[in-house]
Design a protein around this ligand. Structure first.
Ligand code: SAM
Length: 378
C-alpha cells in the first residue's frame, strides 16, 4: 500500500470559495482528488434506506429504515455534479435499491451522462463527447427477476447480487425471509438472460455460520457462469457482534479452495488471474481448467485503502468519504440552501479533502463508524 501523507485541512470553511476551482465545474479544472492524491472515480449512491432482508450479520432484525430518501431528481443532480468533477462509475445501492420507485428511470437518466475526463485523467475537450458512465447496481436480488430486463434496457452496465449461501435453508436463516433463495436464483438467471452477465455474486462469510459454503459457491460459479466474490466481514453491523475470530480471511479461503478438486478430470488448485486495475479490490482466481471465477475481497486482513477511489452518498443526501467515517457531510442541506452547482462543486472538493487515509479495523482504539453498512450503502 502506498504511504499516505496527510495535508492540513481547514475544518471550518467547507463552503468557503476556493479560488483555484472558482469556475467549477469547468473543462480544465483538475479532477477530484483527496489530500493524499487519490483520484476519486467511483461514486456509490444509496437510493433508499429500506431493505426487505434482515441479514443477520448486517441488521438487528428489529429496526427498519432510519434515514429518509430523496426525490430521484435530487440524486441525479448530485451525480451530475460528481461526474463533472471526475466520477466515472456510479453504483446504485441501498438499503435495497430495487425497492425504490423510479429506479429504472434513474438508470435511463444516468445512461445519458458522459465522463468529463478521459482515461488518462485529462479533461475532455470542450464539445467532445466523453465515455458513457459505468452504471452498476448492488442488490439482494429478491425483486430482480422482473426488473433485470428493464434495467438492462435502461442502460445498466453491471450488476452485483448479494448471496451468502447456496444452500436454501442456510440462505433463509441468514436473510430471515422464507424461500428467499429461489427468488434470488431466479433473479440471477434473469439478469444473465437479459445480458447483464457476467454477474458478480457477493458472499460475506462468517465462521461457524456459512463458511461451509465456500466449495459449494465454487461449484455455483462454474455451473452458473457467475463470478463469486467472498468478502471479509467488517464491523459495520447494526448489532455489536463483530469479532475478529468470526472473519474468514483471504488466506483461509485460498487454502480451502486450493485443496478443492472441481471434478475428476481437473486437478485441485486455484490459478490467480491478473487484476483489471490497480484500484481493483478483489484478488481474482480461476481453476486449472479455466472454468469459474472466484474473487476475494479482504478489507480486514489485507486493507486496500491506499488505492481507494470511492466516495458515497447516503439515501438522505450526505457524503461519506469512507465506510468508517465518524461523520457525514450534508450535501442535501447545501442544496436546500439554494447553493448553485458551482458552490456545491466547491463544497464537494472541500469535503473530499477530508477523506480518511485508511480504516483502523482491528487496531486498539478502533471506533465504530457513525452509520452501519445498510444505512450507508455498500
Ligand atoms: N441490499 C443490497 C444488497 O444486499 O446487496 C445493497 C445493500 S447491502 C448493505 C450491500 C452489501 O454489503 C451486501 O453485499 C452485503 O452483504 C454487504 N455487507 C453488509 N454488511 C456487511 C459487513 N458488515 N461487512 C461486509 N459486507 C457487508
Amino acid at each position: 500500500m502506498p504511504v499516505l501523507t496527510p495535508s492540513p485541512l481547514d475544518s471550518d470553511a467547507l463552503v468557503a470559495p476556493l479560488p483555484e476551482f472558482a469556475l467549477d465545474p469547468q473543462p480544465d479544472a483538475p479532477r477530484l482528488r483527496d489530500s493524499f492524491g487519490r483520484a476519486l472515480t467511483d461514486l456509490r449512491i444509496s437510493v433508499t434506506d429500506r431493505c426487505n432482508y434482515k441479514c443477520v450479520y448486517c441488521r438487528t432484525g428489529n429496526e427498519g429504515a432510519q434515514f429518509t430518501e430523496l426525490p430521484i431528481a435530487d440524486y441525479l443532480r448530485m451525480v451530475r455534479l460528481f461526474v463533472s468533477l471526475g466520477i466515472e462509475k456510479v453504483r446504485l445501492t441501498g438499503g435495497e435499491p430495487l425497492l425504490r420507485a423510479g429506479l429504472v428511470e434513474m438508470v435511463a437518466e444516468l445512461a445519458q451522462l458522459r465522463a468529463a475526463y478521459s482515461k488518462d485523467g485529462t479533461p475532455c475537450a470542450a464539445g467532445a463527447e466523453g465515455r458513457p458512465l459505468d452504471i452498476a447496481l448492488t442488490t439482494n436480488g429478491h425483486l430482480l427477476e422482473s426488473l433485470a430486463a428493464p434495467l438492462k434496457a435502461a442502460g445498466l452496465t453491471r450488476i452485483t447480487v448479494s448471496m451468502d449461501a447456496v444452500d436454501p435453508e442456510t440462505f433463509a436463516s441468514i436473510t430471515r425471509v422464507p424461500r428467499s433463495f429461489d427468488r434470488v436464483l431466479a433473479g440471477v438467471r434473469a439478469a444473465q438472460a437479459a445480458g447483464l452477465g457476467p454477474i458478480k455474486i457477493n458472499c460475506v462469510l462468517l465462521r461457524g455460520f456459512n463458511d461451509s459454503q465456500i466449495e459449494p459457491f465454487a461449484e455455483f460459479s462454474r455451473r452458473e457462469g457467475v463470478i463469486v466474490r467472498f468478502i471479509e466481514w467488517m464491523p459495520l453491523e447494526e448489532d455489536r457482534t463483530w469479532k475478529p475470530d468470526t472473519v474468514v480471511t483471504l488466506d483461509e479461503i485460498v487454502a480451502r479452495l486450493n485443496r478443492w478438486r472441481p471434478n475428476c478430470s481437473t486437478p485441485a488448485g486455484l490459478v490467480e488471474l491478473p487484476p483489471h486495475a490497480a484500484s481493483e479490490t478483489a484478488r481474482r482466481f480461476t481453476f486449472a481448467d479455466g472454468v469459474g471465477e472466484i474473487g476475494i475481497i479482504a478489507p480486514v486482513s489485507r486493507p486496500f485503502c491506499g488505492h481507494c477511489s470511492r466516495i458515497r452518498i447516503t439515501s438522505d443526501g450526505s457524503i461519506r468519504t469512507c465506510l468508517f467515517s465518524q461523520s457525514d457531510h450534508d450535501l442535501y442541506a447545501e442544496m436546500r440552501r439554494g447553493r448553485s452547482d458551482r458552490e456545491l462543486a466547491q463544497y464537494i472538493r472541500r469535503v473530499v479533502l477530508r477523506k480518511e487515509a485508511r480504516h483502523h479495523i482491528g487496531e486498539p482504539g478502533f471506533e465504530k463508524p457513525s452509520r452501519n453498512m445498510v444505512h450507508i450503502g455498500g
